[in-house]
Design a binder for this molecule. Structure first.
Ligand code: ASP
Length: 333
């Protein structure tokens, strides 16, 4: 479906402001204001986008849920189940353990209608943290539960649990710390084994929801929480505008409320692609030149336009509609 150029809805001065912003973000005008040269399935509904190539299997499952009459939240939750169970080593209980040898999981979910959200962090031994997050949203007056409290809640809710914790892990962590100190390694050094599934769904009725799930940074300090379960950092959904999700080094995303920032750029009129790029540029501007930031954003707007961008390397993202399901490259800054 071809979308009406946004420019025709706007007073001239506002249009020019948006055009300037879009160009500053490195976008070409057609990419920023129309869907003519959008990539796969732009403008279609329902539409699902997610981070990385492994997101495609989750997208496909989410589409099936929608076509079977499920809600956008069902699609987010059940789509994410697929990657949480896939054994990819960075999402779900197959994730890399923390420095104490324990896998601690982070997840969140957000619904555009009602602007509701739920999240869990440092959750141990629960097979589907995304389901725990959804239950926090739907069954408690809270937005976020962490650690043992989150685990007790998930167990009370009857979510599947798997024993992963062992007391000896603490000793292993102490030994590792001692070794790091002895080797005088940078205590702030961050390991590389990490990824997040962030999945965004635009329903046939134009409503939006999203979720994300990760085991966070491999060998992180016990209790470390990344961007993924923080609403506005790893994920943000605004039913009037669109949604965005993040993957990469959480510490660099959460200091800038990354996903919220991307959605705000879309609110100002930027195409999702340009919004992702502009958010990364803004973060880069405030960081030490040359610093490796590992920032990746994916975004989807109400019109079914989508995009993704990365600060370095490659960032494939997955796009799925009724007519197409594919992995395509995000833009490199
Ligand atoms: N953002 C996640 C975290 O920092 C990891 C990732 O997406 O690569 O926990």
């Amino acid at each position: 479906m071809k979308m009406k150029p946004l420019s025709s809805d706007l007073p001239r001065r506002e249009f020019l402001t948006r055009a300037a912003l879009a160009l500053a973000a490195g976008a070409t005008l057609p990419a920023a204001f129309g869907a003519d040269n959008d990539p796969a399935a732009a403008g279609e509904r329902p539409l699902i986008v997610s981070t990385w190539d492994f997101g495609k299997a989750s997208n496909d499952a989410a589409l099936k849920v929608l076509l079977g009459g499920g809600t956008i939240l069902d699609a987010v939750e059940q789509g994410i189940w697929v990657t949480e169970s896939a054994g990819i080593g960075t999402v779900g209980l197959s994730g890399t353990p923390n420095a104490a040898g324990v896998v601690q999981l982070d997840a969140c979910i957000m619904s555009g209608p009602g602007h509701t959200a739920g999240s869990v962090a440092a959750l141990e031994g629960i097979r589907h943290p995304i389901s725990a997050a959804r239950r926090v949203m739907e069954k408690t007056p809270h937005v976020m539960l962490v650690g043992e409290g989150a685990r007790m809640f998930a167990l009370e809710e009857g979510l599947e649990s798997i024993e992963t914790h062992a007391a000896e892990h603490y000793e292993a962590w102490q030994k590792q710390r001692a070794k790091l100190k002895a080797a005088a390694q940078d205590p702030k050094a961050t390991p590389k084994n990490h990824d997040t599934l962030a999945l965004l769904v635009l329903g046939a009725d134009g409503n939006i929801a999203g979720g994300c799930s990760t085991s966070g940074l491999g060998h992180k300090l016990p209790g470390r929480v990344g961007d993924s379960p923080i609403i506005g950092s790893g994920l943000y959904v605004d039913n009037e505008v669109g949604a965005a999700g993040a993957t990469g080094l959480g510490e660099n995303v959460m200091r800038f409320c990354g996903s919220f920032l991307v959605v705000e750029y879309m609110r100002q009129g930027l195409h999702p692609q340009a919004a992702c790029q502009e958010a990364i540029r803004r973060i880069i501007k405030q960081e030490r030149p040359g610093k490796q930031l590992s920032l990746n954003f994916v975004a989807l707007d109400k019109q079914g336009r989508h995009g993704a961008a990365t600060s370095e390397g490659q960032f494939p993202y997955s796009v799925t509609s009724k007519t197409d399901s594919r992995v395509q490259p995000g833009a490199r800054i």
